[in-house]
Every structure is written in C-alpha cells, then in structure tokens.
Design a protein around this ligand. Structure first.
Ligand code: ZN
Ligand code: ZN
Length: 240
C-alpha cells in the first residue's frame, strides 16, 4: 500500500483534534472535506431563480416585472441578484461564517456564488467587486469581514479585482426588527467610498440581502464618489 501523503495525514489529524461538522445539520464531514456543508445540505441550497422582480430579485409570481417597492423610481443600486434563497442550509452556512468564526465557509460560499454567476448575464460588464463593509467595531469583534471573504472566493472565476473601497462611518443599530423605512433612516449616510470609484461600474458583494436597504445605501455612497453604475450580487436573498 502506498503511504498516505502528508497533506492527507495532516487533514486526518486536524479532523481528530477539531472535527468539522456540516454547518447546517452538524453531521460529521469527511476529514479532507473542502465544503462546509455535507453533500445533502449542499444539494439543499435553493437557487434564486426567476420569476422574480427584475430589480431586487424578490420572488414575484405572475406577470409583473417589478415588485411594488421597486416600481416607479430609480435606484442607486440598479440590480440585485442572489445565488440562493435564504432558507434551509443557506441559513446554517451564513451563521457558520458570521457567528461561529468559520472563515473557510465564507470562502467556499464565494466559490458557490461563482458557480451561480453565469445564470445572471445582466451582471456582466462590471469592473470590480466591492464588499459591503462592517463597522470597525464589528470588524474587531469578528476578526474579518465576511463580505470581503465572499468577494475573494468569487473574484478569480470572474477575473475581477476586489476593491475594499467602502467604509462604514456610522455605527447603526441591528436591523432585524426594523421595517423598510426605518432601515433606510437607520442607514442614511452610514457609508463612504474612496476616489477609486470614479467612472467605474462596480458590483457590490454581501452575504444576505433582506430589503436591500444596505446595498442601496452603499450604491449611493459609490455614486457620490463618482461611480458610473452599481449593481449587487449576494450569497442569499431573504424573501419577504
Ligand atoms: Zn448537512
Ligand atoms: Zn423589487
């Protein structure tokens, strides 16, 4: 029998010391598994597919092209698309890199976003990926910005650079219990963009989109800095 390569031995040892479990169902993963989800949960991720609102990708049954919120006014973030719906294994996956410190889960999720990207030809022609920033205090607590890790996982497949040019100047309260209008007020003026944005078409990257208020506020900051066009691609779309 051929001896095991060192890489495999190291993976087995690491697994014995720190067993990796599926981010959703907590089943043990194989020692050298690169995926944060077991094969069954990976297959359980629900792609975000039409019919949906042509701007914000909110699922939209019937013949309407735009949801009520997106009708009749222009937006700084002109398009939003998501790889998956925020349900089932997608919630465990996001929880793992957001609250359980599993950075590798964010990188893997970025690769899955890359695999979903060709479904959205309307997102082609952008020049750089711009992660949605965390407030510096949140960044210190977590140790990393998960949106930056997602963008770094996604970037090679798209052959685009990652520009970490947005900053979050205002500490905002958590948004989960706020309605759409309160979210907008809570976020107003929270972001600022660097001069690199001038004249560029930029694709925002984030983990979860709920109402799209953060993406829209980031879009405004990029336009204030002179960006030509802003859209967004997120890992998961929460449906309202
Ligand atoms: Zn699982
Ligand atoms: Zn919409």
């Amino acid at each position: 029998m051929a001896p095991l390569p060192w890489r495999d031995i190291a993976a087995v040892l690491r697994h014995c010391l720190l067993p990796q479990t599926c981010a959703h169902c907590r089943e043990d993963l194989l020692p050298a598994a690169a995926s944060p989800l077991c094969p069954r949960c990976r297959l359980g991720l629900t792609p975000a597919e039409p019919p949906f609102c042509l701007r914000c990708a909110e699922p939209l049954p019937g013949a309407r092209r735009l949801c009520r919120a997106c009708s009749g006014r222009p937006f700084a973030c002109r398009l939003m698309r998501a790889a998956f719906l925020y349900r089932g294994p997608a919630t465990g996956l996001v929880y793992a890199f957001k609250y359980r410190g599993r950075r590798a889960a964010a990188k893997a999720a970025g690769l899955w976003m890359a695999a979903a990207f060709p479904r959205f030809p309307e997102l082609s022609g952008y020049e750089a990926l711009v992660p949605v920033p965390l407030h510096p205090r949140r960044l210190r607590e977590r140790g990393y910005n998960q949106a930056l890790l997602l963008a770094e996982g996604l970037a090679p497949a798209l052959a685009l650079p990652v520009w970490d040019i947005l900053s979050r100047s205002k500490s905002t309260r958590p948004q989960w219990d706020l309605d759409k209008e309160s979210r907008r007020r809570n976020l107003a003026g929270a972001f600022a963009a660097g001069p690199q944005a001038r004249g560029k078409s930029l694709l925002l990257v984030d983990d979860v989109c709920t109402t799209g208020a953060s993406l829209e506020e980031c879009g405004r900051a990029l336009h204030r800095a002179g960006a030509a066009r802003v859209a967004a691609f997120v890992l998961a779309r929460q449906t309202l």
